[in-house]
Each structure stands twice: as C-alpha cells, then as structure tokens.
Ligand binder design. Structure first.
Ligand code: AMP
Length: 546
C-alpha cells in the first residue's frame, strides 16, 4: 500500500520560491569586486534569479546544458545558483585558483555553454577563452558601464545587460528531482579532475540536513558569513540552507584577508561564519595584535582540513566563539560529519569535552559510515581501531560525471560504499576522527603515526604559524616522520626547542625525527596543504637519524 501524501519533487526552485514568499524582506549583503557594499533582499534574489532563467531561455539553452561560473561569493553568483538550476540547467562552479590549463580542460570536459565570471578573473578568461570550444557566451558579472571595450573576448556581455532587461516573471519548470542541478570537479592531486554531479534531490536533502541543530544549526536568527567559497562544493550548501531557513547572508566577495573578514563580521552583525582553517588563521593573526574582539559572532564552522586544537582554544577562550569542527568532501555535497556534544557530555570537565570537540564529529542522518581494514573487515567503534572510512547516502556520489572511474566499492554483504581515502577511528558514541589521508599515513616499524596529530602539536607552539608532517624513508623503520614548519613573523624557535615541545604530548616513538624550517608550505586550490608538492620540495632531504 502506498502512502497517500502529495508527491512533490524536491527542486531548487522550491527553495528560492519559499525564500521569496516567507522571508522576502531578509537581507543579503555582499562586498562587491568594485569594493563597495551591495544590499538587497531575498525577494530581490528571487526576482533576479527569474530574470537569469529568462536570459538563459533567450540564449536557447537546452535542459541540462551547463552554465559555468568563475566567481567570488556574492549576490550575482547567488542568483545564478537559483536561476541556472531552477530553470533545469546545470550550474558548473569553477575554482579560479586552478591553473588556467586545468580551467580550460574542465570547461571543455563539462561542455560548458555559458561562462559567467567576476571581473577579477578577466585575465584568466583572456588566457583560456580561445581554448574553451564549447563556450558560446561569455558574461562578465558587472554593470554595463563597467565592461571594458577591448578585452579580446568575442561577444562579451555584461551580466546586467544580459539579464537586467528580462521579464521578472518566470514559471519554474517541474521535473524529476533526480535531475542534475550543479557540478563541481574534485581537486584530485593525481590524474585529471573528476566531477561530482549533484541533483535537485541530493541538494535539497543536504540543505535540510545542514540546517539541523546538530549539524550547522542555521536559523532565521542567524547572519551567516560563508567565507568558504561558492566555487567549491557550493559553499558547503549554505546558500541553499539560508534560503530554506531565511538566514541573513553576508558575502565577503574578494575580501578574504583578516581585516576584510573582520570588518564584514562586525559591520553586518554576523553571528555565524564558515571556512577552512587557513582563513581563520589569517583572521586571528589580524585580530590579536590589534586587540580586537567580536561583538556578535557566536559560532564558526571549520572544516576542509583538520582544525588545530590551538585554533579551537583561541576562538573559545579569547573570543567566546564556539567552533564546530566539520568533515566533508566534494563527493559528499560536502557534509559528512559535524562535531557537537551529546546531552551526556555536558557534565564532563572542559578538557574532556575538548577531546571530543577536536574530532571531526558524528555522522549526519543521511550519511552512513564505517571503517574497514585492508581485508574489508569492519573495525570496532572503540575510538582506537582505525581503518579506511567508507560512506554511503543520498547525497554521496554514485558515479562521476561521464562515468569516469567507478568510485564505489562493494562490501562483503554486496552493499555499495564510497571509499573516502581518509583513515579514521570511530568511538562508541559515534564520533569519527580522521587520522590521515590514506596516502599521507606514516608507517614506522609497522605502526601508523597520524600526521595530523604531529601537526596539531607543532601549531600549538606559540612561534609556529603552520606545520606539515610527512614520512621520510628510513633504513630500519621504513619511514619516520619529520615536520616542516613555518614560523610566525618575528618569532623564534629552534629545532631542539620544538622537538622538546613534543615531550609528554605524544608517545616517544611518534615524535618527529627532525624539524625543517621552511618559508611556506604549498597550498592547493581548495586551501589544503599539498603534501605531494612538499615531498617533492624536500626530495633531497636526508634524515639525521638514518
Ligand atoms: P575536498 O573534496 O577537496 O573538499 O576534500 C575532501 C578531503 O578534505 C577529505 O577527504 C579530507 O581528507 C579533507 N578534510 C575535509 N575536512 C576535514 C577535517 N575537518 N579534518 C581533516 N581533513 C578534512
């Protein structure tokens, strides 16, 4: 017997319609590329998204045709999120930090028909446009009078000229909720990037889940600053969850430096911010010497890379801001776990709570996970046994775009799982902790050493700005850890002092064999440390202990 409830497909157009109808006067504020602040409301977003949809119809774009963006977090990008997907096309967000050759490769692979870009990225477009054979329309996301005349890009039009004169009414089409809505290429350090192709259903379910109190806890009382970029995994789904809840959105535009982020938070009464650790490091580095405090910020979600304990401490103790540690992946839309305490943990002493809050967190309903050993046997949830982390759920990839490389593995019961490439423990309360990327794990004398643990200890030292731990070949132990360290400006620490700092903080045999001071640690397009590159840089390095 079937249930007798209404069958309405979960579509992204439903989110913007809802925002328009139920919190139409809610604010959306953006710092523009021009430097000024732009303000309007959710109803304005909805109206202009409908104009975008009409403009795409005017270009005779077909159902599921790809429309690409290379843009900062801002209001025009938000309109494209809803206008492109809502009208049945696929929004392809491209990461501008990729090499131009890679951008051209991705645009060709996705067969993008339209490419909309912020003026900051004009030099990239000038470098790649002749190589992007499928792109028929180039749209500069600016006012008509800001469009330069001599760009060399054929038929370049301004966003405002393109969509500004379109009708503001539009009947959003109704179609299967499994239809593709947006796509994002993985940062893939080896081989060509592969695309996760999200659907209206996966995106809407993820938007519901992300807003839950134990997930990102997004509500109509929040003013949210997503520093996490809209060009990478849809800014962790925040634009959709904000439309669903009626939260105020505050977009930083190109201003990702500490000063700009701080000003946005204070000027706009931001209660809630989300980003990767490197961005928060810049913010804290700016605030401390200037003696600044937050007047409205209550919570920040930190994910994308492991959040060092020193950062959680600084936010909590110096600024009264709660840190929510999050873990996810492009292939997971991206949220997998968020770290929040359970009722039974509330009475624990602060240090015990801290041990839990450092972990990557508990699975969100919608993401099932387990850890397995090399033979595929499930490992116990005791917080000690580690294994390859496998996940499955309605917002986890089943396949990559164009069917490239089957991403799934079968377990012994015949169920399909997505292997994350992360190594993790899970404790009895379900808290998952990443110890490494599987390719970064250090194997010393048959035992595994977590590079994340070694890095966390180093960055807790007051003189250390950044640390990356890698394994180096050793004749007796196979591999031994060393830690590459970037010192804070004007700070001093010697190799011996730093090694002594490890004493008592980790098992003796896990203490790195050496400290290598470097000017910088290579960072990839999504803000993560590029250990492959670091290993290359240190290829002639010889262990003093070998
Ligand atoms: P991406 O698909 O580019 O977003 O990268 C996903 C990968 O980032 C994951 O598989 C993890 O290795 C890493 N990652 C994301 N969040 C965290 C976190 N909170 N702690 C440690 N690693 C993380």
């Amino acid at each position: 017997m079937l249930g007798l409830m209404q069958d309405q497909p979960l579509l992204i157009s439903g989110l913007i319609d809802f925002a328009d109808k139920h919190h139409g006067d809610g604010d959306v504020v953006s710092r523009r590329v021009e430097g000024d602040i732009h303000r309007y409301t959710w109803s304005d977003v909805a109206r202009r998204s409908r104009q975008v949809a009409n403009a795409l119809d005017g270009m005779k774009l077909g159902f599921s045709d790809r429309v690409a963006t290379i843009a900062w977090n801002g209001y025009r990008h938000l309109e494209l999120y809803f206008g492109v997907s809502g009208s049945g096309r696929v929004l392809h967000t491209i990461n501008p930090r990729l090499h131009p050759e890679q951008i051209a490769w991705i645009a060709n692979h996705a067969e993008d028909q339209v490419l909309c870009f912020d003026m900051t990225f004009l030099p990239i477009i000038q470098a790649v446009h002749s190589k992007c054979a499928s792109v028929k329309h180039w749209v500069a996301m600016c006012d008509a009078d800001k469009l330069p005349s001599d760009t060399g890009i054929p038929n370049l039009i301004s966003y405002e000229a393109w969509m500004g004169s379109q009708s503001t009414t539009y009947q959003w089409p109704v179609f299967d909720e499994n239809t593709a809505s947006s796509m994002c290429y993985t940062s893939g350090t080896t081989g060509n990037p592969k695309a996760a192709l999200y659907s209206h259903r996966s995106t809407t379910l993820h938007a519901y889940a992300a807003a839950l109190p134990d997930v990102m806890c997004i509500s109509a009382r929040d003013a949210i600053l997503p520093v996490v970029p809209m060009f990478h995994v849809n800014a962790w789904g925040i634009p959709y969850s904000a439309a669903l809840t009626g939260a105020k959105l505050v977009f930083p535009g190109p201003g990702m430096d500490g000063k700009s982020v701080y000003e946005m938070i204070e000027n706009e009464g931001v209660t809630y911010a989300a980003g990767v650790p490197t961005v928060w490091q810049m913010l804290l580095t700016y605030m401390k010497p200037n003696g600044l405090k937050f007047s409205t910020l209550k919570r920040t979600v930190i994910g994308g890379s492991a959040c060092p304990p020193a950062m959680i401490d600084a936010f909590r103790d110096d600024y009264g801001v709660e840190v929510l540690h999050a873990w996810g992946m492009t292939e997971l839309s991206p949220l997998g776990t968020l770290c929040t305490l359970k009722n039974k943990h509330l009475k624990l002493p602060k240090e015990e709570q801290m041990k839990l809050l450092l972990k990557q967190g508990r699975a969100i309903y919608g993401v099932d996970m387990k850890i397995v050993n090399d033979a595929g046997d499930e490992q116990p949830h005791d917080g000690k046994a580690y294994g390859d982390l496998l996940v499955k759920g309605p917002w986890v990839v089943a396949n990559y775009y164009k069917g490239e490389g089957n991403p799934l593995v079968k377990d012994k019961d015949g169920h399909d799982w997505f292997p994350t490439g992360d190594v993790a423990t899970i404790d009895a309360d379900g808290f998952m902790q990443i110890t490494d990327r599987s390719k970064d794990v250090i194997k010393s004398g048959g035992e595994w050493i977590s590079s994340i643990d070694i890095e966390n200890i180093a960055v807790a030292h007051p003189a250390v700005a950044m640390a990356a731990c890698i394994g180096v070949a050793h004749p007796k132990w196979d591999e031994r850890p060393i830690v590459a360290v970037v010192k804070k400006p004007d700070a001093q620490v010697s190799r011996e002092e730093l090694l002594a700092f490890y004493e008592g903080k980790t098992a003796k045999w896990q203490i790195p064999d050496d400290v290598v001071f470097v000017d910088s640690i290579p960072i990839g397009a999504t803000g993560k440390m590029l250990k492959t590159k670091l290993r290359e840089q240190l290829k002639d390095y010889k262990l003093p202990t070998a």
